[in-house]
Design a protein around this ligand. Structure first.
Ligand code: PGA
Length: 222
């Protein structure tokens, strides 16, 4: 069975209390699920509740990894509002970089994203680099790419799997990336349409990762 990544992107959702409940519920579901060694499940909460993730994973011995949703392009220092790789590595193994919402609302540029990738790599944090089409430049050193067509994000209208396969294939051909994930309106019902594609190695899940039950079904069906 090929390796797969299932990423939960919580975006700007959840309080401390809600995050604790999610992990508690997941601990019940995951213990029922049994073995899924070939799947890396990476949960990406907002920065201020990463500690809840860390504590809950330890407390319940959960087979989950933690990711961030962003990383500072700067080192530790006088950069008010930024969260450095030096701090993040105490919490996470991965970080999302260049999500279309960060590009759009936080005005992150390609040049800045390349610096974020370099910073993540220098702290041993694996970037999950998001692109929304096959032409986008992918910085050096990126091994995991999440392909998320803009119209599919949060719309309930996932891309046709045939189209996804063709784009994922072409991204892999043009760049030396190891894994391509699909993101955009992934559900427990449609996840397998993507994970069974030869060029797709997992999914990035937004809305359907916010509740433990549907997210568990996604892991199960992937
Ligand atoms: P969605 O979001 O699953 O809610 O469409 C995916 C994403 O933006 O990462």
């Amino acid at each position: 069975m090929k390796k797969q990544f299932i990423i939960a992107n919580w975006k700007s959702h959840k309080t401390i209390h809600e995050a604790k409940l999610w992990f508690e519920e997941m601990s019940l579901h995951l213990h029922e699920l049994g073995d899924f060694k070939e799947k890396d499940i990476i949960v990406c909460p907002p920065f201020p509740i990463l500690h809840v993730g860390l504590d809950s994973i330890k407390k319940h011995s959960l087979p989950l990894l933690l990711g961030a949703q962003d990383i500072s392009p700067f080192p530790e220092g006088s950069y008010t509002g930024a969260v450095s790789g030096k701090l993040l590595r105490e919490f996470v193994t991965h970080t999302i970089i260049g999500h279309s919402e960060s590009r759009r609302y936080l005005h992150q540029t390609e040049e800045e994203l390349a610096k974020k990738v370099a910073m993540a790599l220098s702290f041993g944090i694996m970037p999950i680099y998001c692109v929304s089409n096959k032409e986008e430049k992918i910085p050096q050193g990126v091994k995991i790419v999440a392909y998320e067509p803009l119209e599919a994000i949060g719309s309930g209208k996932p891309e046709e799997p045939q189209e996804t396969e063709s784009i994922a294939h072409s991204i892999k051909e043009k760049n030396s990336v190891s894994y391509i994930l699909y993101g955009g309106s992934v559900t427990a019902e449609n996840v397998q349409n993507y994970t069974q594609l030869p060029s797709v190695d997992g999914v990035l899940v937004g809305g359907e990762s916010l509740n433990a039950q549907p997210f568990t079904s996604i892991i199960q069906n992937a």
